[in-house]
Ligand binder design. Sequence first.
Ligand code: HEC
Length: 182
Amino acid sequence: MSGHKVVLGGVAVAALLAAGTALAVDPPKMGRPAPADLVKLMDISIPPDGTGLPEGQATAKQGQTVFMERCAACHGERGEGKTNDRLAGGKGTLTEEVTVKTVGSYWPWATTLFDYIRRAMPYNTPLSLKDEEVYGTVAYVLFLNGIVGENDPINAQTLPKVQMPNRDGFINAWKEPAVATR
Ligand code: HEC
């Protein structure tokens, strides 16, 4: 009986080996190369240093109009929160018993606000804003938090220079140790 099992096992291994060899020589014809325009559409991540921020710009004043039409219903006209998250205020509350986490009190980078709004907001119609409209709403949210002026142009050059109040409030888990351990 046990001999019978061994024979079966041997056959299975032989079959696997044969399949492996066939794969190496002739891969299955599946999928297709990703078209460049599709890659461009999905390649929208903006890291903290702002690499890849698009052309265009807007001020908070310009962004206010977009915000009223596209954001205020959920976040309130001055980002005070409505059915959804509060976006402004709360500065200095992170060490209090009741913390108020907003873009102004919590977020360490302004650049990633562009990334977030462009890819995720408005919540019910994401990816529907033009780059200028994203810059405008970014500027308006930063303005509501007293971080930029009403008429400051927000663009690929100025946004990475914006200093967020909680910039130093995070510990970078990926930082190299100061002294090599090996
Ligand atoms: C239909 C309601 C709705 C609309 C409209 C909307 N949002 Fe939001 N927003 C949400 C919800 C819900 C969340 C929380 C999402 C989550 O945590 O996954 C959110 C989260 C956010 C956050 C992150 C807050 C934080 O600190 O975590 C920002 C910033 C933001 N929205 C900006 C905007 C902007 C700018 C617009 C307009 C372009 C907008 N939202 C339109 C519902 C909305």
